[in-house]
Design a protein around this ligand. Structure first.
Ligand code: AMP
Length: 400
């Protein structure tokens, strides 16, 4: 799949609109706690600045739900960008209002304007045509570099692409890199290829699991989703998270794995707790003997040993979803131990965004992984075999 390439655009001294993904996590004081997404956008922005472009940046942050809310202002992002780009960033006080439009119009070559949070506009998530038109009217070129939101048909991601012809739009370097990487991973992985899949629910990853089975050699399940499988196998899972309506799907996945010769691993022991809390009493129990009213909140030490053994010979590891409730120290050990093992291996290691990227970064192992995606949801949809709505209009049609 080839995408319209930013390098083929005649950008010199033009006005360029770049849709970025600056949806960064913030701590309780409003400080950016992980600026990976901002850093990842710098290559495309600098490329445009090197072409002496006037650069208009746009992103969403959190979910202000169509209302102006100071809490979701992009001003901390503007400050961080200023440091990273080592130049002034002009911040508009609105998205397509008077201030933004005037500032966009007056923007000179090599200046950078950041619009306010796109989701201050109710039309953004509705893919409103009028909003797309207003955004598009600010610039002569459109670049999508927001991989993390490319699975959403939103005004600044999908709608806006229809306002530019193929000579005036392209994928930025980050989007290109993510799409190329996942394409190779799915179509041509170095084997053995293992997928570690965790997180809270089977439902969120059902399609991805089904789609991954024909491509991988092993699947290692962890997190809350394991219990739906364990229950289907007839085990007593106590009060653990279970999706009863997905028991049949769980069986189908296990049957498919067997049919395809894919090794399918489930936890053999868990850290069980009486309540969902850091101060709960805990005990280590086998996966077949979780007491009623107790819930499994992490994989246990025997599972960690088993999973290390299973991962020993793999050449490619894809990891999406934590092994337990890693936000609480008591239930973070399983994820941490797997993270260390994966990081130390010589395999190509790919972390699929969101919570898994967060947990890897918390323990300082982010530099040890081969690739950390900036998009959790977007990377999952790619793995499901979907073409993302924000990417589709940027694909170059192959000639017969
Ligand atoms: P997801 O968004 O589906 O990737 O799930 C991530 C969330 O799953 C994290 O917030 C974890 O706290 C949660 N999680 C992981 N393991 C468990 C578990 N055994 N029970 C309940 N929640 C879990």
């Amino acid at each position: 799949m080839e995408l319209l390439n930013i390098k083929n655009l005649d950008l010199a001294n033009k006005k360029v609109f770049i849709r970025c993904d600056f949806n960064v996590p913030m701590d309780e004081f409003g400080n950016i706690s992980d600026d990976r997404r901002i850093r990842s956008a710098v290559a495309t922005i600098n490329y445009c600045l090197d072409q002496e472009c006037a650069v208009i940046l746009a992103s969403h942050l959190g979910r202000p739900d169509g209302k102006v809310d100071e809490k979701y202002s992009l001003s901390p992002v503007a400050r961080r960008l200023q440091q990273l780009l080592k130049r002034d960033i002009i911040l508009a006080s609105d998205v397509v209002g008077k201030d933004a439009t005037e500032k966009a119009k007056a923007l000179k070559d090599t200046e950078v304007l950041l619009l306010e949070n796109l989701r201050y506009e109710v039309g953004e998530t509705e893919n409103d045509v009028e909003l797309s038109k207003k955004l598009a009217s600010m610039a002569e070129f459109y670049i999508n570099d927001a991989f993390g939101v490319s699975h959403r048909a939103h005004s600044s991601v999908e709608g806006i692409t229809h306002m530019f012809d193929n000579e005036h739009k392209a994928a930025g370097f980050l989007l290109q890199k993510e799409i190329t990487f996942f394409g190779k991973l799915i179509n041509n992985p170095v084997r053995p290829f293992a997928a570690i899949v965790g997180g809270s629910k089977v439902s969120g990853k059902l399609e991805a699991l089904v789609n991954l089975l024909p491509k991988v050699d092993k699947v290692l399940i962890g997190g809350g989703m394991a219990f739906t499988f364990l229950k289907q196998m007839g085990y007593n899972v106590g009060a653990s998270l279970v999706e009863d309506d997905l028991l049949e799907d769980a069986q189908h996945i296990m049957d498919e794995a067997r049919r395809l010769g894919v090794k399918f691993y489930l936890p053999v022991d868990v850290v069980a707790a009486e309540k969902f809390s850091e101060d709960s009493v805990i005990k280590l129990v086998s996966a077949q003997e979780i007491p009623s009213n107790w819930m499994g909140l992490d994989i246990g030490p025997a599972t960690v040993r088993l999973y290390r053994q299973v991962l020993n010979d793999v050449q490619t590891v894809l990891w999406n979803g934590p092994m337990g409730v890693y936000e609480m120290d008591k239930f973070a050990r399983g994820s941490n131990k797997i993270a260390h093992f994966v990081a130390d291996s010589y395999a190509t290691t790919v972390v699929g965004g969101g919570d898994t990227a967060d947990l890897v970064q918390r323990i300082g192992l982010d530099d040890e992984m081969s690739f950390i995606s900036t998009g959790g949801g977007a990377s999952l949809e790619l793995l499901e075999g979907k073409i993302l709505p924000g990417v589709l209009p940027l694909i170059i049609e192959e000639k017969e």
